[in-house]
Design a protein around this ligand. Structure first.
Ligand SMILES: [Zn+2]
Length: 211
């Protein structure tokens, strides 16, 4: 069990060094939220193990939030929906693309929608990596769950998402700055070592380096 913050748990799907990958569980008083669902049967097992160690079961998950449409984030959705019965939500541009790819219903959310769980979870649309790529801001925790909006390495050195994974790398790089409208100390993202403390300064430095 990897507890990043009170109520915030990281599921480590890494299969090799220098190929880190995470998804997340939020243990909110209103219910349990899964953010991103992985791609392989092993990833489903990883989520199951994390839930078990938290004393939770699949049916405790009340919502599945998705950062974007890429396979490593959504391919398990049909199975996860069956296991949890939970509704899936993503940015409104991404929702139909996810549905088209994996065949599950996805509710589209507008930019800056604040979901009323865990003290407020705000969707921030950061286009470029994909059409509706999003990060989720946890207001109460001063934490940014960035997804693939920014990449990093095993030492927590941040970088823009690599061109080969982006719909429009220039847009993805330019729009990273949208995250700076928020106050956060903790930066949690899919590929790279999470930053606990002083994270906004690091993101700001990255944005400045690329502007
Ligand atoms: Zn991606």
């Amino acid at each position: 069990m990897v507890k990043i913050l009170d109520n915030v748990y990281s599921i480590d799907h890494s299969e090799a060094k220098n190929h880190s990958m995470e998804s997340w569980i939020l243990d909110c008083s209103e219910g349990t939220i899964l953010i991103d669902g992985g791609m392989t049967p092993q990833h489903v097992d990883n989520i199951a193990a994390e839930l078990k160690s938290m004393g939770k079961k699949w049916s405790d998950i009340k919502a599945i939030l998705i950062t974007h449409k890429h396979g490593d984030h959504i391919r398990n959705l049909p199975q996860l929906v069956e296991l949890t019965g939970a509704p899936v939500q993503a940015h409104e541009y991404e929702a139909p693309l996810i549905k088209e790819t994996v065949g599950v219903e996805v509710k589209g959310l507008a930019d800056h929608t604040v979901l009323p769980w865990c003290g407020g979870i705000e969707l921030i649309h950061v286009p470029g990596h994909s059409e509706g790529n999003s990060s989720y801001y946890l207001k109460k925790h001063r934490a940014m769950i960035a997804g693939d909006t920014i990449f990093g390495d095993e030492d927590g050195n941040l970088m823009p998402p690599p061109e080969r994974y982006c719909l429009d790398v220039e847009q993805a790089t330019r729009e990273m700055r949208r995250l700076l409208d928020y106050d956060f100390d903790v930066f949690i993202y899919t590929h790279g070592k999470d930053i606990i403390g002083g994270a906004k300064e690091k993101v700001k430095a990255l944005v400045e380096e690329h502007s």
